[in-house]
Design a protein around this ligand. Structure first.
Ligand code: ADP
Ligand code: MG
Length: 685
């Protein structure tokens, strides 16, 4: 088969060196066509491009051009380790020892008259300096694949190794011309960006570090630009709609504030004021309220809600889980019913007879504040005059949900929207994801809160956990144990809620203080019972999966034990830790890793830091935005190269997006369709 017929849709079977077995391997890794292969970007690189002479080398990564002689093999440490030793000699006649561990095939893999590039680490082994486990490749006339260049490392999923991918990619040079340009020419010129096809080639086959950087910059620029255009278009959609103006009612607000058993913090006042000002406008509010767990967002939401209710309008509060919806229902009822507002709960488990009358009340406007899960938007709910929607614990209230909402409020209308979250997003990223979305931040917590003491407990010291549990229970407090899984599905070391519950049940504390098991597979009514028992103090130990995660407010819970802590993201851990420390009682968070081989650095960082913003920034720096935000929705946000710490690039891409919006510049078909894809993402507001 001649290479000229290759195109982007060609099957990888048409490449040299791909037989049925390799093709299967590629397919299993999700790569079937040439386009797939080009779209499989390297994860990182090792720079083996600099060739050294033996006389010049110092410890570290090196690449040499040598002959290999004196090859010997032997066993060491009682046949525990196999060693292949040889001598590498370069063109100047200098020599160094080379050693491979447990690679016995090396013994017969060298020809005596042949030149090789060897790349690897020059370091000390049992006191002697040698080149350890080098990669070897015959010196070729044209492209080197695995040595003597900047070598791309691909993600090695499903046994597909980087060597194969590299050798295949090198066959694609002629297909490159078929890669379409996505960015308008004007943008490429203005921001001095290289073409998409060159960028993709340099990413796979970098000529130099400079060209690699240019490739990354170009592709990252495109990622941000696409996002920005999507965000700005979504925003335009909302700005065209109009919302009911809601007047500020000083008397009712004062009445509400006076009824609280505490004074609002300065931050609570400030953000309430920002929200109240938005509500008075006819442009729909689109505001995100960020505040750490326990910072007191609920009362701020209630202040906003009472304004709408006073103007004879309806408010919806959406929570991600039923447990949380029920809790909000109680909070809002407690806060607002004394001001004679009518609060209703609408969740899946309500009996259909009751549901019917609730729906009627909503339609007639007799229910003024409706608390529910997102199911509320799916149900056949008809509002009389919905004016404010409050979404708790979720960044994601995307275009589709907005459209759903829109159907319920009439042509051209839209309610004011307040999203609340305890998972802070670093400012740099918020700017990218949400553009000009208005943010209100509660920085300081209400006074009197005590810092939660976080500790890492290696599995071996588990007795400490039991002791501490005993102490807290004896003092009349409650304990939560969170596990990463419901059941142990395989031999992996994940710790399941069922197993831990069994263990707890065998202990005396369980009989004395009562224990419950909560997880997502229970029926809503069972969950409800278990939560109520725990809230009332009928049980004082709750073993749970992350259903407990968001918002649960049990002030006498003072110890949370997180089993298999390494299986949770930092944001999630932070949420979980926020389940305790909700009163003035000293509280504790014990992190117990499931694996005993070393505690990951990020867990240490977590234990040492309690500021949600700092944790979010750390997570972002360590894993990158694509990892964290790309997985929120399947097939989502493709942020592969965008580096959050490149403010100059972000600035440029944002500027380019503005230019495009203002100038009606003609966009390429590809860019348009990418923007469209992003626009549908849930979490772009
Ligand atoms: P979150 O921001 O996590 O939703 P909540 O609204 O549930 O926080 O508030 C946590 C707790 O703090 C609640 O019990 C609430 O009554 C209390 N609270 C809120 N604001 C204040 C304040 N200004 N002073 C004292 N306690 C407050
Ligand atoms: Mg809350």
């Amino acid at each position: 088969m001649s290479e000229s017929v290759l195109n982007l849709n060609s099957s990888l079977e048409s490449l040299k060196g791909v037989g049925p077995n390799k093709y299967k391997l590629l397919q299993e890794a999700g790569l079937s066509t040439v386009a797939d292969l080009l779209d499989n970007w390297p994860r990182k690189y090792v720079d083996y491009s600099k060739l050294s002479l033996i006389k010049d080398i110092s410890p570290g990564l090196v690449t040499l051009k040598v002959r290999i002689t004196n090859i010997k093999a032997r066993w060491a440490k009682g046949r525990a380790i196999h060693l292949t030793e040889a001598i590498a000699e370069d063109e100047k006649g200098d020599r160094i020892p080379v050693i491979w561990f447990n690679q016995p095939y090396r013994m017969n893999s060298f020809k005596s008259d042949c030149l090789y590039y060897i790349s690897g680490e020059f370091k000390a082994n049992s006191g002697k300096l040698n080149l350890t486990n080098p990669t070897v490749e015959e010196v070729k006339e044209l492209d080197q694949i695995n040595t003597a260049r900047i070598v791309p490392i691909y993600s090695e999923k499903k046994n597909l190794n980087s060597r194969l991918v590299r050798s295949l990619v090198l066959q694609l040079r002629d297909v490159l011309t078929q890669i379409a340009e996505t960015l308008p020419l004007e943008v490429l010129e203005k921001y001095k960006l290289i073409s998409r096809k060159d960028a993709i080639w340099q990413l796979h086959v970098p000529e130099s570090n400079v060209s690699l950087e240019m490739a990354k910059k170009r592709l990252a620029f495109e990622e941000i630009l696409t996002l920005q255009l999507a965000v700005q278009k979504n925003r335009q959609f909302i700005q065209k709609l109009s919302a009911p103006k809601i007047q500020f009612d000083l008397n009712k607000t004062q009445e509400l504030i006076k009824s609280l058993g505490y004074k609002l913090t300065d931050d609570q006042r400030r953000v309430s004021w920002q929200i109240l000002q938005d509500l008075e406008k006819s442009e729909p509010m689109n505001r995100m309220l960020m505040g750490d767990v326990g910072s007191g967002k609920t009362v701020v939401a209630a202040i906003a809600a009472i304004q709408a209710i006073r103007s004879a309008k309806q408010v919806v509060v959406l929570a991600p889980t039923e447990v949380l919806a029920r809790q909000h229902y109680i909070s809002f009822k407690t806060l607002l019913e004394p001001l004679s507002a009518k609060v209703e709960l609408l969740v899946g488990s309500i009996k259909s007879q009751d549901k019917k009358s609730i729906l009627e009340n909503i339609e007639k406007g007799q229910a003024e504040l409706i608390v529910g899960t997102h199911a509320v938007l799916q149900e056949k709910v008809r509002f009389k005059n919905l004016a404010l929607v409050i979404v708790d614990e979720q960044h994601r209230f995307g275009v589709n949900q907005r459209k759903e909402l829109q159907k319920r409020v009439g042509e051209g209308q839209f309610p004011h929207l307040l999203t609340m979250t305890a998972t802070p997003i670093p400012r740099s990223l918020a700017l990218i994801l949400y553009g000009e979305l208005d943010q209100s931040i509660i920085k300081s917590k209400p006074p009197g809160r005590i810092k939660i003491v976080s500790e890492l407990i290696p599995g071996a010291s588990r007795q400490r956990v039991w002791n501490k549990m005993g102490e807290e229970l004896k003092a009349g407090h409650a304990v939560i144990i969170v596990c990463p899984a419901i059941t142990d599905t395989d031999a992996s070391s994940r710790v399941s809620a069922e197993k831990i519950f069994e263990e707890v049940s065998r202990k005396a504390i369980s009989k004395q203080y009562g224990a419950g098991l909560l997880h997502g597979k229970l029926k809503p009514i069972e969950k409800e019972q278990i939560m109520t028992d725990f809230a009332n103090g009928r049980t004082n130990i709750l073993v749970s999966t992350t259903v407990i995660e968001v918002g649960i407010d049990i002030p006498r819970a003072t110890l949370i034990v997180i089993e298999g802590a390494e299986y949770f993201g930092l944001a999630q851990l932070h949420q979980l830790r926020g389940r305790v420390g909700r009163s003035s009682l000293p509280s504790y968070c014990y992190l117990v890793p499931a694996n005993n081989d070393g505690i990951p650095a990020r867990l240490r960082y977590f234990a040492d830091n309690s500021d949600g913003f700092k944790l979010a920034q750390y997570d972002l720096d360590m894993r990158g935005p694509g990892q964290i935000y790309g997985k929120l929705q399947s097939g989502a946000l493709d942020l592969r190269l965008f580096d959050i710490n490149d403010p100059e690039l972000i600035k440029q891409a944002r500027q380019a997006a503005k230019d495009i919006i203002n100038s009606n510049l003609k966009l390429t078909k590809e860019l348009k369709s990418n923007i469209k894809k992003h626009q549908d993402l849930e979490y772009l507001n």
